[in-house]
Design a protein around this ligand. Structure first.
Ligand code: CA
Ligand code: CA
Length: 620
């Protein structure tokens, strides 16, 4: 994608043996932009040997060079451009001149925006998200498994921290499978380049913010992936990492200024205590270490108070949406970022793309800690995060407690009831992403002791409670393991590689037990897909009684009653207590078995969940 190295410069470099003294133009980012953006300002980063010794020249109608910033490192220039609403799409040369030397030229293009329907449409509670690690799902192009010139070139499926060869083409080859399952949105862990020497497959050590990792494909293929998903009625979530960047990236290897990243006298990692961000009694040193400490040796902590860093990150994210049409963002390690910058970021991105959805990763221990990061929670803090939703790990822990714990005033299923009651903390809890597992934690099936009844109950809660449900690849075919180490929960999807002995993308390749799980998830996901009560309907819950937890999701069209028996024994209940919401219905359809049952008395097997659609009176 990058055409910044001019042919003339290139030839000169080769002729003179690429002497370090020869000026060159290595990068211009963003490498192109658009006319008609809400924000008329654009800051170009120019990177090249001694580029700061040159003057900048260009003329283009409607585009003004407002400022040229020279910074500590002479290999950078930052150009402030102002693009008026009258500017037309087109290409113009930006020249970098110095007397006595040949000018360097970059052809800058301002494109026409693509306002096609369905771009940047937002992922909502009407969707079901399926999380994929691109390296581990399917290898659709064996030619890109190892790319010459990258620091990690080995491919070894027998090693959990090596690259395995999965890619975008592999995912595109299985969109039919996902659509059939009932998935409506795909979240990929970061697919941009991670050119680190080892264990770079996870994607969170970004070394080139503007380039899809060549082991997954290229930018054009990513755009095609988004377009193909859209054409099939599915959406795409892009995973962004504001907080840190891979240490091998050019802006870290040759930093514009020392304050580009957070500097410490010796390596200092974060204290990983989100409370230090919200604690009114916090010590300044604890707060600083939480926000400015590094996540890992190979992940430099970005200084988001630096306006150049702010522009670099924000423009990159806006660029990806306008370029690819991606529908939503998931924000990695949200609490570790500078709060004011993230608030400004969200406001700016949502102004540019009003329907784009955003949720932040907050792996914290209480609903209050989660809610602190969401929009509207402005008490005693002087800023609104403008962050619509978070990853609701507290909901997940409560589901685990409901499935595995023992009944107590605040334990067992009562924990889940109490956590739902805490939704008053959020401006809109339906924007939270709910999940049973992801790439950073033990797989759900293992956490419930491989108990298929508990597995089904958890899946039932995932598909019927408020929020945006998110599955992790392989949950539906009973992939398991504890995250110790995390490579164990990032295994290849069987059948995703040419020559795999098993192919669990097909019913014939799955065992009876796996098909039972798959069909359960598929039935529920597709039912949810066609039932607005489960997507956007209200929720009403009842205080658990004798370990039985009962809640409703309802709207004008349907009422769905969900009943979970947390006890180790089968239980029968009468339903007079729930008449205010049963509202006179006598019969209900069991969504899984399709049987019609009498709702006055219910029998729920141990640890099982019934999902019952109430039938209107005129159907019996
Ligand atoms: Ca491949
Ligand atoms: Ca940080």
């Amino acid at each position: 994608m990058r055409k910044s190295l001019l042919i003339t410069t290139c030839c000169l470099l080769m002729a003179l043996g690429a002497s370090a003294q020869i000026p060159s133009l290595e990068r211009v980012e963003p490498m192109f932009w658009w006319v008609g953006m809400s924000n008329p300002n654009l800051q170009l980063i120019i990177h090249g040997k001694d580029i700061a010794s040159r003057n900048v020249q260009f003329t283009y109608p409607g585009v003004k060079l407002v400022a040229v910033h020279k910074v500590e490192n002479p290999n950078y220039l930052f150009l402030d451009l102002r693009i008026s609403q009258s500017a037309s799409p087109g290409t113009f040369p930006i020249k970098f001149v110095k007397s006595g030397e040949k000018a360097l030229t970059y052809q800058y293009t301002l494109k026409k925006r693509d306002h096609s329907k369905g771009r940047a449409q937002g992922v909502t509670n009407q969707d079901l998200i399926y999380l994929i690690m691109p390296d581990r799902f399917s290898n659709g192009d064996t030619k890109n498994d190892s790319i010459a010139g990258l620091r990690e070139m080995s491919v070894d499926r027998s090693k959990m921290f090596s690259r395995h060869g999965g890619d975008l083409q592999g995912i595109m080859n299985h969109l039919d499978y996902l659509k059939d399952l009932g998935v409506t949105a795909i979240w990929l862990t970061p697919a941009v380049e991670n050119d680190e020497p080892s264990a770079s497959y996870h994607g969170y050590a970004v070394t080139d913010h503007y380039k899809i990792d060549p082991r997954y494909g290229n930018n054009e293929l990513y755009k095609q992936f988004v377009e193909k998903c859209h054409s099939m009625g599915m959406k795409v979530v892009m995973d962004l990492v504001h907080n840190h960047a891979g240490t091998e990236g050019y802006t870290i290897q040759d930093m514009p200024m020392k304050s580009w990243v957070h500097q410490w006298p010796t390596y200092t990692k974060s204290n990983f205590r989100d409370a230090a961000v919200m604690d009114p009694h916090v010590s300044p040193s604890d707060r600083k270490q939480m926000l400015d400490g590094w996540f890992d040796h190979r992940m430099a902590d970005m200084n988001e108070n630096n306006p150049y860093v702010q522009n670099f990150l924000t423009q990159n994210h806006v660029w990806w949406v306008e370029y690819s049409g991606v529908d939503g963002f998931r924000l990695d390690t949200y609490p570790y970022n500078d709060p004011q910058y993230m608030a400004d970021w969200a406001k700016e991105v949502r102004t540019e793309f009003p329907h784009l959805s955003i949720f932040g990763e907050t792996l914290v221990w209480s609903a209050a800690n989660q809610a602190f990061f969401t929009e509207g929670n402005t008490v005693n803090r002087g800023l609104d995060t403008h962050l619509p939703g978070i990853t609701d790990g507290v909901w997940k822990e409560a589901v685990y407690e409901a499935l595995n714990g023992h009944k107590g005033w605040t334990d067992g299923v009562n924990r889940l009831y109490a956590v739902m009651a805490q939704d008053f903390l959020y401006k809109d809890a339906t924007k939270n992403t709910i999940f049973l597992d992801n790439h950073d934690m033990s797989r759900f099936l293992s956490v419930v002791g491989e108990d298929i009844t508990k597995y089904k109950s958890g899946m039932a809660m995932l598909m019927t409670m408020r929020g945006v449900p998110q599955m992790y690849y392989g949950d539906e075919i009973l992939m398991k393991n504890f995250s110790n180490p995390d490579g164990l929960v990032r295994e290849d999807f069987p059948g995703g590689w040419p020559g795999d002995k098993e192919n669990k993308f097909t019913a014939a390749g799955r065992s009876k037990k796996e098909n039972d799980a798959f069909n359960y998830v598929r039935t529920l996901a597709n039912y949810r897909k066609n039932t607005t009560a489960l997507q956007t309907g209200k929720m009403m819950q009842y205080i658990p009684q004798d370990g039985v937890y009962l809640y409703f999701r309802y709207d004008n069209l349907k009422t769905v009653m969900v009943v979970y028996n947390s006890e180790e024994k089968d239980q029968s209940i009468t339903t007079q207590r729930y008449t205010e919401r049963i509202n006179g219905a006598l019969k209900a359809r069991n969504v899984i078995t399709d049987e019609t049952i009498d709702v006055s008395k219910l029998t729920i097997p141990a640890k099982a969940t019934l999902i019952l659609e109430l039938l209107p009176d005129n159907t019996h």
